[in-house]
Design a protein around this ligand. Structure first.
Ligand code: NCD
Length: 367
């Protein structure tokens, strides 16, 4: 795995550990299928590399040639706005060619199996598949079928690793800013003892699962807050400190309140008397937001259901990080794609983070 030049100077002595699922795949390709396989060191490494890409995003032309000549396919078999666009933006900012593939408009609808479809696309010469699917394990299956890197962009109720990474990046960035330090090189010490409440439909949430694993690995104290019916049937393997059914009691004692959407497409409605009742007990209204301590952060992976898990005016509070999470998502996904693909065929050469030059006026063909 490669670190971009901008962070290479800060390289640690340990070997890079990110993305260890090579043994699952053809051709020893690296993948990002789960936060579980990263550990604290792997997460820290991705956050550090993301710093370099946040810097790229601030340039007047936020594009670098690092993945020129590589092809990234976004293969989405489930609705998405931000995740798909974020990955596509990330790949384009790295100068990769991007193919956007939607299962709904593909030959899968004519009865072709997902495997045949994926192998067909791969035969065109693809370096990475970014996969979202309703079934847990679909990205891991794609990783076994093709000789390309695979990134899990959300699989069923299982995991959504890049969401957890961008959430951790955002927390670390805000805490570094508050302490007057740049986030670059800030490490992950800020997570130790950080009190995070994850509120809502934990049962059906791949975001919650990935985030709990990431925060647990980094030493945060995570409290799950939900009605019993929206908690997972077993919390074995979930590194959480506490479970609570009482949001009002938890709010004064947290540094981060992370809200989840009710996953109605996964049947969450059947686990509740009514959405109105859910909102009355677990929605972050302005009355409840006032219970939060000074400086506590409000986060949400989006899409938000305003008036259900979060009130309109709470989403607009200065400590609400929803849009910052989205912006950071592009840089974090650039880091992930770069770390998976940056070295392929480059013989280990230092990656190119030089700015992409603007065309000189008048030199555009046909202009
Ligand atoms: C999440 C998802 O799709 O899992 N959204 C996202 O990727 N930003 C959460 C959700 O849909 O509620």
């Amino acid at each position: 795995m490669t670190r971009p030049a901008a962070v290479a100077g800060a390289a640690r002595t340990t070997a890079p550990v990110v993305v260890r699922s090579g043994e699952l795949s053809k051709g020893g390709r690296r993948h990002l299928l789960s936060v579980a396989e990263l550990g604290a060191e792997g997460i820290e490494e991705i956050l550090e590399v993301s710093d370099a890409f946040v810097e790229v995003g601030r340039r007047s032309i936020p594009k670098v040639p690092s993945l020129r000549g590589r092809t990234v396919v976004t293969l989405f078999a489930e609705q998405s706005t931000r995740t798909r666009l974020s990955f596509e933006t990330a790949a384009k900012r790295l100068s990769a060619d991007v193919l956007s593939f939607s299962v709904d408009t593909s030959s899968v609808k004519k009865g072709e199996s997902l495997r045949d479809t994926v192998e067909t696309v791969a035969a065109m010469g693809v370096d990475a598949f970014v996969v979202r699917h309703t079934s847990a394990g679909a990205p891991a299956a794609v990783a076994r079928w093709v000789d390309a890197s695979v990134v899990n962009a959300g699989d069923g109720w299982h995991e959504h690793p890049t969401q957890a990474l961008l959430d951790c990046y955002t927390i670390r960035q805000v805490l570094a800013e508050r302490s007057g330090r740049p986030s670059q090189g800030a490490g992950v010490g800020c997570f130790v003892g950080l009190r995070v409440a994850i509120v809502g439909d934990v049962r059906h949430s791949r975001v919650a699962r990935s985030l709990v694993l990431a925060l647990g690995a980094l030493g945060a104290e995570v409290t799950l807050v939900a009605p019993g019916s929206l908690l997972p049937p077993s919390l074995e393997g979930w590194p959480v400190t506490k479970v609570s059914y009482d949001l009002d009691a938890v709010l004064p004692h947290v540094d981060v309140c992370y809200l989840l959407r009710l996953q109605s497409e996964r049947g969450a409605g059947a686990f509740l008397p009514s959405v109105r009742e859910y909102s009355a007990w677990y929605g972050l209204t302005s009355r409840r937001a006032a219970l939060l301590g000074d400086g506590a952060l409000v986060m949400h992976p989006g899409p938000m259901n305003r008036g259900v898990e979060i009130a309109d005016d709470v989403a607009a509070l200065p400590q609400s990080l929803v849009l910052r999470q989205v912006s950071n998502g592009v840089a974090v996904r650039m880091a992930v794609l770069f770390m998976l693909l940056g070295q392929v065929g480059s013989g280990g050469a230092a990656p190119d983070l030089a700015p992409t030059l603007a065309p000189t006026p008048g030199t555009v063909p046909g202009a």
